[in-house]
Design a protein around this ligand. Structure first.
Ligand SMILES: [Zn+2]
Length: 78
């Protein structure tokens, strides 16, 4: 998995997790809330592993937008 896919998984995973978590809390089904937490944790964990510069392997800031250039080595990113 490259950083582009990883970024997609973070954004989709986190938002899906939040939405599913809210739904689970509203209809009071604990299992759905657990699934949403696992979903969010899963997308964060993969981000720590895969969301980094393909050139220098420096991890990107997952809270910001996807950078155009690596802040560490200046490598141009797609
Ligand atoms: Zn870099």
């Amino acid at each position: 998995m490259d950083y582009n896919k990883s970024y997609l998984v973070i954004s989709v995973g986190l938002w899906t997790g939040i939405v599913v978590g809210i739904i689970g809390a509203l209809i009071e089904i604990g299992l759905i809330v657990y699934i949403s937490i696992i979903l969010m944790l899963g997308s964060l964990v993969q981000a720590f592993i895969f969301y980094k510069c393909p050139n220098c392997k420096k991890p990107f800031n997952i809270r910001g937008k996807k950078p155009k250039y690596c802040p560490e080595c200046g490598c141009a990113l797609e």
